[in-house]
Design a protein around this ligand. Structure first.
Ligand code: SF4
Length: 258
């Protein structure tokens, strides 16, 4: 286990006889550090380091949620860590084109309560704007160093498949051809380089319905039975930030399920 792609780089330096592949996963929060590690590997001319790039972006799946005819969400609380990198403007289309309020929020309980209040105030006043509750961390135009690294290393995939949501246009990142030597997909002909992929959902998974607001996590047939934080079936139960994990941890659901 490594805590950073730079740890994977160090492994590659220490073991030049072995191939080190870093599994690059996550939204814009983790995308820049993977990009920096690829740039560093290129500077050092490391030949045994590559990244299996599964990085994804936030605005595109929000757009997919908004385009879902069953969408029942009234507003959005945007992730502070992602927004620290991309700024607030990538969310403009949500307020402008879809007439939904969105508030960038921090992670402390008071941050979330204030962001929720700001969303409700917009709804009550009939306003739809992008507001930034987390101004102490999130600059309007994001982090220029991170954005430059992202632009240098990645390009958009035409489509990327999401668990529970299916294919979403331009929602995944691929390593640019100039860094192909560090792209595990190209190097080992895996992932999309091996052809189209399709992730089969485990039976009874209702992740898509939870994400689009159609049902609450507790209504998923797998909640607390086949799917728990210890043995997650869906992404929403994997991370402590996931809706299902939060219901499990804080919603009194653990007791109910037991
Ligand atoms: S309980 Fe598990 S399977 Fe059901 S929606 Fe949540 S993450 Fe998906």
């Amino acid at each position: 286990m490594v805590y950073s792609p730079l740890d994977a780089l160090e492994l590659a330096r220490r073991h030049p006889d072995r191939e080190v592949v870093f599994f690059g996963l996550g939204f814009e929060t983790t995308t820049p550090s993977t990009a920096l590690s690829i740039q560093q590997a290129a500077r050092e001319g490391l030949r045994n380091f590559s990244v299996f790039c599964n990085h994804i972006t936030v605005p595109e799946p929000i757009k997919a949620l908004l385009d879902d005819p069953y969408m029942q969400l009234d507003g959005f609380i945007a992730p502070g860590h992602v927004s620290m990198v991309i700024g607030t403007h990538p969310y403009d289309f949500i307020a402008r084109d879809y007439r939904k309020p969105i508030v960038v929020a921090g992670f402390e309980p008071l941050d979330l309560l204030q962001a929720l209040l700001m969303v409700l105030q917009q709804l009550a006043a009939g306003r739809t704007e992008v507001e930034n509750q987390y101004g102490r961390v999130v600059p309007e135009h994001g982090n220029p160093v991170s954005l430059a690294a992202i632009e240098d290393v990645y390009e958009r995939r035409k489509q990327f498949e999401w668990r529970g949501l299916g294919q979403i246009d331009a929602s995944g990142l691929k390593i640019r051809a100039k860094y192909a030597a560090f792209d595990a997909e190209e190097k080992f002909q895996i992932g999309y380089a091996a052809g189209p992929r399709h992730v089969v959902e485990p039976e009874g998974c209702a992740c898509g319905a939870v994400m689009t607001g159609r049902i609450k996590p507790t209504a998923c047939p797998q909640f607390g039975k086949g799917c728990t934080p210890e043995m997650p079936l869906g992404a929403l139960m994997v991370s402590s930030e996931g809706a299902c994990a939060a219901y499990w941890q804080y919603g009194g659901a653990r007791g109910e399920a037991a």
